[in-house]
Design a protein around this ligand. Structure first.
Ligand code: SF4
Length: 388
């Protein structure tokens, strides 16, 4: 417990309002309250976080049945139970007060137990993300994300630099990432030192989330690297979290469809990073295949199930191939009256690009003010709602 406390001991609890007054104003912003209405309802204590709703639904498989079931049987049972959950609870998600009334049952074996077991099975052989390495992580083999079974927390703190509705954000940085971005600003956490840090169990991770909540976090911000390779422990941790705190998935959105099925009922607000509009750019600079198809598929799924703030990091010399296409896709495929977009202009060349700028000439400079302005102007002209 002391180690956990040291992790979150930031001293920010009382000063964040002075550092980020816009985060206070965001609480009363009527547009944000409407677009992110589920998240705000949980934040204000009007509705429970979704994981508590899932915890109140009985699982069709109980006790030993969960461990003994084959992956196919688990997936079938999950499909049936999750679709009943969505039919029954989906309308309640639009009515937060009703959701609170419905969440007052506590079965011994819940849909969350079923999800936790399924997430573990999807990890060995691993198909948590769309790389689908199929390595047996439980036996110690590393996937492309540089992780075997264990999950590592590198830091956890009240983050004051996130988007205004999220601050202070109870951010947990997990080691490992399924991308290999040549410009990564967190390359130690995601790539070179992925397996350093605090080895987290489901119970210690739950305690960490409760500590962050007690320190005043508005949400639990699962990030990395990327949180997807760690989701088997994250999902199980939700069995033990006590606080009514919204769950936020801060991700490159490269999850497999199977992993998305587990996550969609648990995440209150999504914070996707949608960077590339062209697969050739993604393959060359993030070393990842089929980026556009995978990420857009998951964005559409996530938008059907929860609130969302989409981040787009403007990259130098990638306005035509990426920024315009990303913004156009958002405007034409996601509900314009629900989505919030953050066009980000803080790119600076780091990691391999910094060391070898001639190899990645296009992104070997900071993004210009003109490029960022153009991106914001184009987003507004498409009718997207932009955060300041
Ligand atoms: S999370 Fe993705 S990259 Fe990591 S082992 Fe699984 S499939 Fe491979």
């Amino acid at each position: 417990m002391e180690a956990l406390q040291a992790l979150v001991d930031t001293g920010y609890e009382s000063m964040w309002m002075h550092v980020r007054p816009d985060a206070v104003r965001a609480l009363y912003n009527p547009v944000l309250r409407e677009r992110l209405r589920w998240y705000y309802a949980v934040l204000r204590g009007i509705a429970p976080p979704k994981f508590k709703l899932v915890r109140s639904v009985e699982s069709p498989l109980q006790g030993d049945e969960l461990q003994e079931a084959s992956l196919e049987d688990l997936m079938r049972a999950h499909k049936d139970a999750a679709s009943m959950f969505r039919d029954e609870w989906g309308p309640a998600l639009e009515e937060p007060e009703k959701a609170t009334r419905l969440a007052r049952t506590f079965p011994r074996w819940s849909l969350l137990h079923l999800k936790a077991e399924l997430a573990k099975r999807l990890t060995s052989p691993c198909i948590l993300c769309d790389r689908k390495c199929r390595v047996d992580r439980a036996s110690g083999r590393l996937g492309a994300c540089r992780l075997a079974w264990d999950v590592y927390v590198h830091t956890a703190f009240l983050h004051l630099g996130e988007e205004s509705p999220l601050v202070p954000s109870g951010t947990i940085f997990y080691g490992g990432c399924n991308f290999t971005c040549v410009f990564c600003q967190n390359y130690d956490v995601s790539q070179t030192e992925a397996r350093r840090g605090f080895k987290a169990t489901p119970r210690s991770l739950a305690a960490l989330q409760d500590l962050l909540a007690a320190r005043g976090a508005r949400n639990i911000n699962h990030v990395g690297g990327d949180p997807t390779p760690s989701m088997h422990v994250i999902v199980e941790s939700l069995l033990y979290v006590r606080s009514d705190i919204p769950q936020l998935w801060n991700s490159n959105m490269y999850m497999s469809p199977e992993a998305m099925e587990v996550l969609v009922d648990l995440i209150d607000i999504w914070l996707p990073d949608f960077k590339w509009g062209d697969n050739r750019c993604a393959r060359r600079l993030s070393i990842v295949p089929s980026y556009v198809e995978t990420v857009t598929r998951n964005l559409e799924t996530a938008a059907r199930h929860g609130d969302m703030i989409i981040r787009h990091l403007v990259m130098p010399d990638h306005i035509e191939c990426c920024t315009r296409r990303v913004l156009e896709w958002i405007a034409s495929h996601l509900p314009l009256d629900r989505v919030v977009v953050n066009v980000m202009g803080q790119y600076t060349p780091q990691h391999l690009v910094e060391r070898n700028p001639r190899k990645w000439r296009d992104i070997a400079r900071r993004v210009s003010r003109e490029e960022v302005e153009e991106a914001k102007w184009y987003a507004s002209s498409l009718g997207l709602y932009l955060l300041d």
